[in-house]
Design a binder for this molecule. Structure first.
Ligand code: GTP
Ligand code: MG
Length: 225
């Protein structure tokens, strides 16, 4: 079982997993992130401009995992360069608003962008946010379940406002990534100190492996390569 706190900076880190949030503007990406990283929520959240990220360290099977969650603008005019945003991501959360049908209808486009720019083995979860607004629901749960099944995605409905399933969504993605990495490490033998073969999702250095490999988050901003 996984556990996690909100601010344990001195801890040794076994893995850093980059996860990206995508989806239309105002579906609640930034508030899902605020809920997960700081246990906060704001009703008058401003549209994101450019790219931001937050981290939270938690443990899965006694390993310390730093989740580095990237958030960008849903609005096209505010979005940062796509390839830089997706670079190194091992997980993605594809978010729509259950009260706005259009945000769900755009999901195939977001999936296309993801498949064009991200690693092909990236772990993806579809998220129907604002489940607290059941009386305004415009997307039946079954529509999303069916779509997720067809596309091979995880799926959960969340409420950042009520803190429903937010933790669960991140843990679903992080645990799946962890299991893939762990399995690869087993296949490769005890190989965690070998930077050339970190047991990444696609054999590239997209996961920061092993002990003492923490990269200062400040230097991990986008756009440097
Ligand atoms: P962009 O940054 O423009 O891409 O939007 P975003 O997806 O980051 O949306 P944001 O998190 O800023 O939320 C948009 C609005 O929806 C804000 O008013 C939030 O308070 C509200 N909101 C977010 N999550 C929920 C939720 O779970 N329930 C309800 N009722 N409102 C929410
Ligand atoms: Mg935002």
């Amino acid at each position: 079982m996984a556990t996690g706190g909100y601010g344990d900076a001195s801890q040794k880190i076994d893995y850093v997993f980059k996860i990206v949030l995508i989806g239309d503007s105002a579906v609640g990406k930034s508030q899902i992130l605020a809920r997960f990283s700081r246990n906060e929520f704001s009703l008058d959240s401003k549209a994101t401009i450019g790219v931001e990220f937050q981290t939270r360290t938690l443990s899965i099977q006694h390993k310390s995992i730093k989740a580095q969650i990237w958030d960008t603008a849903g609005q096209e005019r505010y979005r940062a360069v796509t390839s830089a945003y997706y670079r190194g991501a091992v997980g993605a959360m594809l978010v729509y608003d259950i009260t706005k049908r259009q945000t769900f209808d755009h999901i195939p486009r977001w999936l296309e962008e993801l498949r064009a720019h991200a690693d092909k083995n990236i772990v993806i979860i579809l998220i129907g946010n604002k489940s607290d607004l059941e009386d305004q629901r415009a997307v039946p749960t079954e529509d999303a379940t069916e779509f997720a099944q067809k596309e091979g995605l995880f799926f959960l409905e969340t409420s950042a406002l009520e803190a429903t399933n937010v933790e669960n969504s991140f843990m679903t993605v992080l645990t799946e990534i962890f299991n893939i990495v762990n399995k690869n490490n087993l296949v490769a033998g005890d190989d965690r100190n070998n930077n050339n073969n970190p047991g990444s999702l696609a054999g590239k250095n997209i996961i920061v492996p092993g002990p003492a490999q923490e990269i200062p988050t400040k230097n991990r901003a986008c756009c440097t390569s």
